[in-house]
Design a protein around this ligand. Structure first.
Ligand SMILES: Cc1cc2nc3c(=O)[nH]c(=O)nc-3n(C[C@H](O)[C@H](O)[C@H](O)COP(=O)(O)OP(=O)(O)OC[C@H]3O[C@@H](n4cnc5c(N)ncnc54)[C@H](O)[C@@H]3O)c2cc1C
Length: 487
């Protein structure tokens, strides 16, 4: 019997994989018995902030990671593809539909039981729980956090992250905003078209979200072959600023009161998810080169790029909620409403959710884990998801996918296996287990942590295509070996 503590992205995917391989599974999820500071529902795999799974193209490392997960029968990817909403080049979902699909699939699986309870300690081998996957996420409950700390020692770390606000669509002044995707790239596919194995080329615009791929800073030529029919003018709503408007907004932002943290330099944030006020304190133009970057967004009223832009991304299938892209913040809510209403088009915005700061708990993977997601000191104990030291929704689910398969292997009397480092999933596991522990930072998947090509071509697009082709070939071979040995 595989015991999985935490029914988030990692735990849900792990449970699905283990059960599909034939193991009996119990998911121990503490909500609604005990809530976290951020989750708002009882659903499994709840997305706590952005509704985006980032880029979905094979020449982008996170796009490749998703494709590998699809090949391995990922429940998270299946649900995401079905709950897809228009989001330019990114794969974004209706968060409620997504969580519902995952919850229903797990609840109706004949080999899965869902126990709604908090687990306050790491189960010992004597408890009879074996194997165990800890997938309790960045907001692992205090009691369990303390026990994990006892188990792994000082390597148990914490830092802070911040989340973006969401506004009601009806409250946006549509006469001031314009619809467009950066570089006119609207590449949303309807769910029925998105089911095939080959994905349409696309590009996640620089948006201030965690960089999906360190090598994808230049957009490829626009691909208009699969534009979302209901959003022919672009998937994002763009709020354009003049220089005067930007200056006034900037001055108000740096003067606004932070909710919890005043000494910005002393707090460890994940660099790819910095609060806007932290970025603003780095310089007047930092935001114009980050989440408020105007390039590729021509304002139809002027025929030019605005001085700065705030992008709004659809957050629900019904289109009634929009999130501010890359606008995670920890400003006090009163000040937050006042400052954000200085954004052209948001003067009367009603906030469905304010941005906020949160704790992020993770272990030092390189001191604790193997690339199979097993702990070094106990082969039947696994960590997966954000608490294992990965960063991001997709990465969390991907780690759960392999941890679930390997826990099932143990439960069924087989041997857990790592994936080759030439695959995105294998590279992620290798990074978490083998990075320098002294300077360990959770990472999104990037081409930089994948096995380099032996003879890389100079052309970047060609190089990325070769990395993707090699990854998918090696994954197929790995899956073939697994099938032959009954794994
Ligand atoms: C506020 C916030 C915003 C984030 N924003 C983004 C974003 O925009 N994009 C992105 O890619 N990533 C984001 N992340 C990072 C990360 O990708 C998500 O946290 C993701 O949900 C991690 O998946 P997980 O399965 O590891 O954890 P979770 O999805 O949090 O799941 C963990 C589950 O474990 C349960 N649990 C905790 N303790 C116990 C216990 N003791 N017993 C039983 N159950 C327990 C929780 O209730 C929860 O359901 C964000 C994280 C936070 C906290």
């Amino acid at each position: 019997m595989v015991h999985i503590i935490g029914g988030g992205l990692a735990g849900s995917e792990a449970a699905w994989q283990a059960a599909e391989l034939g193991a009996e599974v119990v998911i121990h999820e503490m909500r609604p018995v005990r809530k976290t500071a951020v989750h708002q529902t009882d659903g499994l795999a709840e997305l706590v902030c952005s509704n985006s799974f980032r880029g979905d193209k094979l020449d982008n490392a996170v796009g490749l990671l998703k494709e590998e997960m699809r090949q391995l029968g990922s429940l998270v990817m299946r649900a995401a593809d079905h709950a897809r909403v228009p989001a330019g080049a990114a794969l974004a979902v209706d968060r409620h539909a997504f969580s519902r699909l995952v919850t229903e699939a797990l609840a109706s699986h004949p080999r899965i039981t869902i126990a709604r309870e908090e687990i306050d300690h790491v189960p010992t081998p004597e408890s009879g729980w074996s194997p165990v996957i800890i997938a309790t996420g960045p907001l692992t409950s205090d009691a369990l956090s303390a026990d994990i700390q006892r188990l792994v020692g000082d390597e148990h770390l914490a830092f802070y992250d911040a989340i973006s606000p969401i506004v009601l669509a009806d409250s946006i002044d549509m006469s001031k905003v314009f619809r467009a995707s950066r570089w006119d790239r609207n590449v949303w596919q309807a769910p029925d078209r998105a089911e095939g194995r080959s994905r349409k080329a696309d590009y996640e615009p620089p948006s201030g979200q965690p960089a999906a791929d360190s090598t994808s800073s230049h957009p490829p030529a626009p691909d208009r072959t699969c534009s979302h029919p209901s959003a022919p003018e672009g998937d994002y709503l763009n709020c354009p600023f003049t220089k005067d408007e930007y200056d006034a907004f900037y001055d108000a932002l740096v003067a606004a009161e932070s909710a919890t943290v005043h000494d910005f330099d002393s707090v460890k944030f994940f660099e790819g998810c910095l609060p806007i006020e932290v970025m603003a304190h780095r310089g007047r133009d930092t935001l114009r080169f980050g989440p408020m970057k105007p390039v590729g967004l021509t304002d139809p009223k002027t025929g030019r790029y605005p001085y700065a832009v705030v992008q709004l991304r659809q957050d629900t299938l019904a289109g009634d909620h929009f999130s501010l892209v890359g606008f995670q913040t920890q400003i006090k809510w009163g000040d937050q409403a006042r400052v954000l209403r200085m954004i052209p088009g948001l003067e009367n915005a009603e906030f469905v959710r304010f941005g906020m700061v949160h704790r992020n708990t993770y272990i030092c993977g390189p001191k604790v884990l193997e690339p199979t997601w097993q702990t070094r000191f106990r082969a039947d104990l696994f960590f997966a998801g954000q608490v294992s030291g990965v960063e991001g929704y997709v990465e969390s689910a991907a780690s759960g996918l392999l941890a679930g398969r390997n826990a099932a292997a143990l439960a069924l009397g087989r041997t857990p296996r790592a994936l080759p480092r030439t695959t995105a999933m294998g590279a992620l596991a290798h990074y978490v287990a083998r990075a320098d522990p002294a300077h360990y930072q959770p990472s999104n998947i990037t081409h930089g942590i994948m096995e380099p090509l032996a003879n890389p071509p100079r052309d970047k697009a060609r190089k990325k295509a070769l990395i993707a082709a090699r990854a998918l070939d090696d994954l197929r071979e790995w899956m073939g070996e697994a099938a032959l040995s009954g794994r």
